[in-house]
Structures are given as C-alpha cells and as structure tokens.
Ligand binder design. Structure first.
Ligand code: GTP
Ligand code: MG
Length: 137
C-alpha cells in the first residue's frame, strides 16, 4: 500500500512542534489524505495500543497518550510505511539518526513526538480508528 498512519504525540503538540512536523511530512513528499486535531481518552488510548497491554510501560504509555491533544493523520507516498519510519527515526530519540523527526523533536523514549504504523495492515486499522470512510480520500 502507499498509505501510512501517524500521530503527532502530546509532547510535540505541547512543545509547539506540530507545525514544523507537518511541514516536514509535506516536504518529504507525503500527501496529507486525512488530518485532525483530537484528544484520546485513556480508554481510547488503551484500545489503540492494546497490542502493548502486557508490556511494563503500557500504563505510562496510555497516560501519556491521553495527556493532551494530538494530531492524527493518514499520509500517502510510495512505500509509505517503511519510508515514514525512516523519516521519524528510532523509537528512542537517543538512538535516532541525525535529521530524523524524533532526533529533532522527541523528549524521551516514552515521549517520542510521533507515531508511525509498522505495517500496511496496521496502517489501515489505525487510520480507520480515527477517520471515517468519508474522511479518507
Ligand atoms: P510507535 O510509532 O509509537 O508505535 O513507536 P515504535 O513502533 O517505534 O515503538 P513500539 O511500537 O515498540 O512502542 C510504542 C510506543 O511505546 C513507543 O513509541 C514509545 O512511545 C512507547 N514505549 C516503547 N518502549 C517504551 C519504554 O520502555 N518505556 C516507555 N515509557 N515507553 C515506551
Ligand atoms: Mg509501533
């Protein structure tokens, strides 16, 4: 597929980086299919990250992801999932390559500025979690 799903996480929104991050998506050739500013309840954040529910950091992750507004977006580009994960860099910003979004804007391993889907299948599931069919064009 040529689509991926992303969130600009509460830390990056709070720190004023959302505009620069969206600008970077566009400059890197991603077309914005869908975009919204929203806020996850703890219940919704828990549902989104259910795959991690046995991990020791799950509670922290759910608290953080429901702590403030986020931008959710579907992006389109050839080879979107892999290309986007390259653009955002390693999960831990201390290990992220120079120039990647997490290197530039993330605070810590937990508060790492952006989410990127890890497969075409999850990109579809995650995009549908936030956007109706009418909002994806
Ligand atoms: P996402 O794009 O957000 O899914 O990140 P990822 O695919 O690079 O990492 P993964 O799916 O393994 O983990 C999901 C999210 O959980 C990460 O982005 C972090 O925000 C958070 N996370 C992962 N490991 C830890 C950890 O050890 N401690 C804390 N506090 N958070 C973690
Ligand atoms: Mg992940």
């Amino acid at each position: 597929s040529n689509r991926t799903f992303t969130m600009i996480k509460p830390d990056a929104v709070k720190n004023g980086h959302a505009g620069a991050i969206i600008d970077r998506f566009i400059k890197e050739g991603f077309r914005i299919v869908s975009l919204k500013l929203t806020k996850l309840s703890a219940e919704k954040a828990g549902e989104f990250y259910a795959v991690h529910k046995e991990r020791p950091f799950y509670g922290e992750l759910v608290d953080f992801m429901s702590s403030g507004p986020i931008y959710a977006a579907i992006l389109e580009k050839e080879n979107a999932v892999a290309g986007f994960r390259e653009l955002i860099g390693a999960t831990n910003p201390a290990q992220a390559a120079e120039g990647t979004i997490r290197k530039l804007y993330a605070t810590s391993l937990g508060e790492n500025a952006v989410h990127g889907s890890d497969s075409d299948e999850n990109a579809k599931i995650e995009g549908d979690f936030f956007f109706s069919g009418l909002e994806q064009f």
